[in-house]
Write a protein that binds this ligand. Structure first.
Ligand SMILES: [Zn+2]
Length: 436
């Protein structure tokens, strides 16, 4: 089915729901059965020659084809030689960004309208790559909330979006635009907040306008000028306020932190995840393990900035910063992963990484020493747990959303097969079939 037809049929379904009960017979959901060579369930197990029964937007049954009852009249999708998997989940994306023309400048040259257009383009690429859900990590003008709504209504194709709104950061920090004259007033790349009261107010503001989670900046960064990746930013009291106010409103907090005291403070304040964690120490890893804090490693972005950041238009200071920590980052992250710190899959997709999110899998295998199965679980079971959607997502099992993807062959033998998703179903609707 083409994207447009899929979108239209989703819209149609949405409209039908509003029709009064007299039309109930017309709402009979279609039943589809998918057969393939194997199913990677998303709980660590594999089923050979599986059949998955989908009715409406949910999975009704999944198991060996020999034991699954195929309902009469069901539409059958045969994916011979393919492996089925749960739709992938990227827990760190910026769908609203195409900032290859140079970091800070986007904040002063572009509007939220640009961000909304980029989101429409990138959402499609991301879904096409097999990612049926993403957790956004900071977007201007609530453009991520707008994209989420447009996708949910079937206006544009894309993954399920868990929105953050703009990241919260301190004056002069990673979410600010620095290095210019104080006589020129520039907006931040995020929302600049100072003090416990402003943190509380901004968390409430973001939730009011649709944030599903709160993104805070706990340390300096790579793409920001004049701050070290290990320099602390928010005070301990501000971090605690962000977490407790978010929790009161039923939201989790994701914290940008590369290392140093700011990383420890964020974990101690109770954030759900540390984003990047580039220079995480053994002690910090132990604390994260004890508190159940996820580490979202975003390997691809740093590897690519080191490799050809200059060519891609990243500012020289960013390329220098990335290079300075590259080797140590690999060692530290591998040690944390091997020590059993919970990891959730995340790419920090920006610029040309949108649609190549699946390349993070092989970096997890090469850099962290993950098995292909561990890498897959980080993007399914563990990513769903971090977002808080385990009841609906993360595995191909009875009752969950029918978010199912397929690749040719066996990705457990060659992890790079996960970069070539040939089939994408989201909420029971097929968005891609037979592509490459
Ligand atoms: Zn990010």
């Amino acid at each position: 089915m083409s994207f447009r037809r899929a979108a239209r049929s989703l819209l149609h379904t949405a409209l039908l729901i509003t029709v009064p009960t007299a039309a109930a017979g017309a709402q009979e959901a279609t039943t589809t059965v998918i057969r393939a060579a194997r199913l990677i369930v998303g709980d660590g197990t594999v089923i050979d020659q599986p059949a998955v029964v989908v009715r409406g937007d949910r999975i009704v049954e999944a198991g060996p084809a020999s034991r699954v009852t195929v309902p009469r009249g069901a539409k059958v999708i045969e994916l011979a030689g393919h492996t089925l998997l749960p739709g992938f989940i990227d827990t760190h994306t910026h769908l609203t960004s195409i900032d290859s023309d140079g970091g800070d400048l986007a904040a002063i040259q572009e509007t939220a309208a640009h961000a909304g257009i980029w989101a429409a383009v990138n959402a499609r690429k991301t879904l096409d790559a097999g990612f049926t859900a993403v957790r956004e990590a900071g977007a201007p003008g609530f453009a991520d909330v707008a994209a989420k709504s447009a996708i949910a209504r079937g206006i544009i194709p894309g993954p399920r979006i868990f929105a953050a709104g703009a990241a919260l950061g301190i004056l002069g920090g990673h979410a600010d635009v620095n290095g210019y004259s104080p006589e020129v007033q520039l907006p931040g790349t995020g929302t600049i907040v100072n003090g416990v009261d402003e943190v509380r107010q901004t968390v409430r503001h973001h939730v009011k306008y649709g944030a599903d989670q709160i993104k805070i900046v706990a340390t300096g960064g790579i793409l920001s000028q004049g701050d070290a990746p290990t320099a602390s930013q928010f005070s301990d009291a501000e971090l605690r306020e962000a977490v407790s106010e978010a929790a009161r409103l039923g939201r989790k907090v994701m914290a940008h932190a590369h290392g140093g005291a700011g990383l420890t403070a964020a974990v101690e304040a109770g954030v759900a995840s540390i984003e990047h964690g580039s220079l995480v120490t053994a002690e910090q890893g132990a604390l994260m393990k004890q508190k159940g804090t996820y580490l979202v490693p975003t390997l691809i972005i740093l590897e690519e900035i080191v490799k050809d950041g200059a060519k891609k238009g990243y500012p020289p200071y960013a390329v220098e910063k990335a290079k300075a920590i590259a080797a140590e980052r690999r060692t530290r992250l591998r040690a944390a992963f091997q020590a059993g710190v919970p990891f959730a899959f995340g790419t920090d997709a920006t610029s040309d990484i949108h649609g190549r999110n699946g390349e993070e899998f092989h970096y997890m295998v090469e850099i962290l020493g993950a098995t292909p199965m561990q890498a897959i679980l980080s993007a399914t079971r563990d990513a769903a747990a971090l977002i808080g959607i385990s009841r609906d997502a993360g595995s191909v099992t009875t009752g969950k959303w029918a978010d199912i993807v397929a690749v040719e062959g066996n990705p457990l033998d060659d992890v790079r097969r996960l970069e070539k998703v040939t089939f994408v179903m989201k909420g029971g609707a097929v968005y891609k079939s037979g592509g490459k």
